[in-house]
Design a protein around this ligand. Structure first.
Ligand code: 5GP
Length: 190
């Protein structure tokens, strides 16, 4: 008999730290971990599919869902709403582990509504290195980079609220460390 429970894992970390790549590799290596699909009011981008990339909804439906307590967390980015659908996640948790790749505020709100969630924050090997990478891309103005750095420092400032901190200096090693965390959390008796 297996006494392992299915767990809700939140993966957060400042922009540029490699969350997306780590999440994809985790899901690929562990078929029992399912990536959650968020709801959004923004329009689909080319190639995005409803129910796969996001559940695309209009603002009224989204607001109704907020009022019904249908989100584990939600927030507004660039004038669009984004949220983690509660029923979708809780249903998946009956059979699998579920991974949320969301920002720090989202992660803290999930913990309020679902205290058993395991919060993991990915950290850059150094903040200076992150700044260097953003600058090297040459895709953004200095002003935008400064805003991003402020946001990065804000997110890092919340790290003490997370259950685990993992420095992402080597992709394979980072994924293995997270797998160890997940395995030990799954076996933990609450
Ligand atoms: P995009 O429009 O580029 O797909 O996403 C914009 C922002 O929304 C990103 O920072 C992304 O992490 C965030 N986001 C996506 N889904 C969710 C969600 O379910 N909850 C929260 N709080 N943020 C989300």
């Amino acid at each position: 008999m297996s006494n392992k429970r299915n767990i809700l894992i939140v993966l957060s970390g400042p922009s540029g730290v490699g969350k997306g790549t780590v999440a994809k590799m985790l899901v690929k290596r562990n078929p029992c971990i399912k990536l959650s699909v968020s709801c959004t009011t923004r329009s689909p981008r080319e190639g995005e599919k409803d129910g796969i990339d996001y559940f695309f909804t209009d603002r009224n439906v989204f607001k109704e869902k907020i009022n019904q307590g249908g989100f584990l967390e939600y927030s507004e980015h660039f004038e669009n709403f984004y949220g983690t659908p509660k029923d979708f996640v809780l249903n998946k948790l009956k059979t699998d582990d579920v991974l949320l790749e969301i920002d720090v505020n989202g992660g803290l709100n999930v913990k309020k509504n679902y205290p058993q969630a395991v919060l993991i924050m990915l950290l850059p090997p150094s903040v200076e290195e992150l700044h260097r990478r953003l600058t090297l891309r040459h895709t953004e103005s200095e002003e935008k980079i400064n805003l991003r750095m402020q946001r990065i420092n804000y997110e890092l400032g919340k790290k003490d609220f997370y259950d685990y901190l993992v420095v992402n200096d080597d992709l394979e090693l980072t994924v293995s460390k997270i797998e160890d965390i997940i395995n030990s959390e799954k076996s933990r008796i609450l």
